[in-house]
Write a protein that binds this ligand. Structure first.
Ligand code: ZN
Ligand code: ZN
Length: 642
């Protein structure tokens, strides 16, 4: 559900929170999501009130909700210290326990402007100026407008007034009259917030309106829940998420780096990460070839005219890098692959007999993201989409969508993701395409979902302007969900590019175009994989499957022949070259999360065997090479570990 934050929504950031906060807490069952949303947003107000009681020099700005709580941006000369968060929390509890009413008041622009100027709150003034003329202006009081005492029921005040008995004396200065300019909605009393089910989490820097050229603010993040148990579960999950953070593991396991010297959001895949990417890509190509797709490679830049035809230049420019001049023509680095697939299509005349055409590409795209929103592999400026486009007849849509759903399920479950949250988004108010086209395509999506017997959430009117879509979120090992796969019907590009096929009656018709991605972005999917497995990758993905540890130099020669044999058989194997004592070698392999180690001492050399130790089971005894290969093969085939 979307809370009306119209006073803020002209800023990109409030609708596009960092990916980390887009996680939902599926194990934390919420009884009343709408009420929780109001609680979270009201918590932001309560926090701002508490801050201004404790630190009166602070200027307030805005305080929207996140998927796990709320934040508020403050302008205060002194930085907030960890002890300050404790003080603020305590003050918030007073306000909550006082069970103060939250009172909505409609007010004229002139009246509130005068009050804001008197208060000296420059940000409120800016917010007021950004409210379109003619819109009702509301403010919300916590407590009552005259500071702790109930107001007379007067003509100015609207909204429910509290029972006087609910107002208890509190440690809030009687002179404090706190309100914020806001479109609401809120809860009715602060006592609806459970004082033991919220926590202040951190302070971060933020810019006013998310604009680096504007004032630097301090953002306090908080989390709020219905019950202390939910809060506890959330905080535990946060701890676990920290342990699994792909940025931390990526560095420790030497998988990838992002280097400020090269620029933010650009990913370097190091040998171990690159090995995994190669395995993932290889798997992906095979799955697509088996699924009746053909592969494409297309350029990374093209004449800007292409992006004008596609509409990206007009509607997507803020996410595109600037163009470059090549022989006095403007060229654009690609933010999307779609127009290239369209050009490939248009290079030939196609007959209905060729349909469906399924064209897939691991296509690297570049998108401009503000440096403030970049986040590890999750939000980057250069990434590779596992993109594909299907061109087909209207009668083929349902079967094609079903094919995509089947392929998606196969691929995601092979990577360990078996739980999905599926969304179907239908026609929005503003759209291109015909009524008939939308009806047909939407029905086809529904039909495909029904054939899978997948439950889905319908987001009425939430589709893109160019067609209906299905989005699939995966659930990870600690219950977080991540948006990955998307399947979208497009009535727009075929029209803009005047795409055609020759129909059975010889006439020229527009093909149906379907966009789809399963991983979404390889970089992001890899980040999710790292966090899902906490770096303990199943054997088929592990960059090093087995490391051989010689007890002393005497066994190195035997060890090296074993490694050579296993390598030749296609396993990813290496020998420890450090010359350290065995204990140290084992610890090193453990830190690097090597799934299997084979220890070789004199006894093993004599019996031509290996002492095997796995991360999952510890010591599992000695094996000869044949037995070892069989165990490895079984685990690899089951996409599991030994
Ligand atoms: Zn509010
Ligand atoms: Zn596309």
């Amino acid at each position: 559900m979307i809370i009306n934050l119209r006073y803020y929504d002209n800023d990109y950031y409030y609708n596009n929170l960092p990916v980390v906060s887009q996680l939902t807490q599926s194990p934390l069952q919420i009884a009343n999501p709408e009420q929780l949303e109001r609680i979270r947003h009201t918590c932001a107000h309560v926090m701002a009130m508490a801050v201004q009681i404790l630190f009166p020099e602070t200027k307030v700005t805005i305080g929207p909700t996140t998927n796990t709580g709320f934040y508020y941006d403050f302008d205060r000369p002194e930085p907030f210290a960890p002890e300050d968060l404790k003080k603020i929390t305590k003050q918030m509890r007073f306000i909550i326990k006082a069970n103060l009413p939250i009172i909505r008041e409609e007010i004229t622009r002139e009246e509130i402007k005068a009050e804001i100027e008197q208060l000296g709150e420059p940000y409120k003034l800016e917010i007021l100026d950004s409210i379109p003329a003619g819109e009702t202006i509301t403010r919300y009081y916590i407590g009552s407008p005259d500071g702790g005492r109930l107001p007379n029921v007067g003509e100015k005040l609207k909204g429910a007034l509290p029972e006087p008995s609910l107002i208890k004396p509190v440690k809030i200065p009687a002179t404090v009259s706190w309100w914020d300019l806001c479109a609401g909605p809120h809860i009715n009393y602060t006592g609806e917030i459970n004082p033991n089910a919220f926590a202040l989490e951190s302070v971060a820097g933020a810019y006013w309106r998310g604009d680096e050229t504007k004032a630097q603010l301090q953002r306090i993040y908080g989390t709020a829940w219905e019950t202390p148990e939910q809060l506890d579960a959330y905080l535990k999950q946060q701890e676990e998420a920290k342990r699994r953070d792909h940025r931390k593991l990526g560095k420790e396991l030497k998988l990838f780096s992002i280097q400020e010297g090269a620029g933010g959001g650009l990913v370097f895949w190091h040998p171990r990460g690159a090995t995994m990417r190669y395995i993932i890509e290889d798997y992906w190509r095979k799955a697509h070839l088996d699924g009746g797709y053909e592969l494409l490679y297309t350029p990374h830049v093209a004449n800007l005219e292409l992006w004008k035809t596609s509409g990206h230049f007009d509607f997507y420019r803020e996410n595109m890098f600037d163009s470059m001049d090549i022989e006095e023509q403007a060229y654009q680095i690609k933010p999307m692959n779609c127009p290239f697939h369209v050009l490939t299509y248009k290079n030939d005349l196609h007959s209905y007999r060729e349909f469906p055409l399924r064209w897939a590409e691991l296509g690297t795209v570049y998108r401009y993201e503000r440096s403030g929103v970049l986040h590890g592999l999750m939000r980057v400026r250069g990434f590779t989409q596992d993109d594909a486009h299907i061109f087909c007849l209207p009668t083929q849509i349902a079967a094609e969508i079903l094919g995509v759903l089947n392929l998606t399920e196969k691929i995601l479950s092979d990577f360990g993701f078996k739980d999905y949250e599926v969304n179907l988004s239908t026609r929005p108010e503003k759209s291109v395409g015909t009524d008939e086209g939308w009806e047909l395509a939407t029905q086809a999506l529904v039909e495909a979902l029904n054939s899978k017997s997948w439950e889905y959430i319908e987001d009425k009117g939430g589709g893109a302007f160019y067609g209906p879509k299905i989005d699939i979120k995966i659930k990870d090992a600690i219950g977080r969900t991540w948006q990955c796969s998307t399947i979208q019907v497009d009535f727009n590009l075929p029209e803009r590019f005047d795409m055609e096929y020759v129909a059975a009656d010889g006439s020229r018709q527009r093909p149906i175009m379907i966009h789809r991605a399963i991983f979404g972005s390889l970089e992001r999917f890899y980040g999710i994989l790292i966090e899902n497995y906490a770096g303990d990758f199943p054997l088929w993905l592990a960059p090093i499957q087995l490391r051989l540890l010689p007890v002393s130099e005497a066994q190195r020669e035997y060890g090296e022949t074993v490694v050579a044999t296993l390598k030749e058989a296609g396993y990813r194997v290496e020998i420890d070259c450090t010359g350290e004592r065995l204990g140290k070698q084992i610890r090193k392999a453990e830190l690097e999360k090597i799934p299997v180690v084979a220890i070789v001492g004199n006894k093993e050399v004599e019996t031509q065997s290996l002492s095997i130790r796995t991360r999952q089971q510890g010591d599992i005894g000695t094996m000869d090479l044949t037995e070892l290969k069989k165990s490895l093969d079984d685990a690899i085939a089951n996409k599991a570990n030994m």
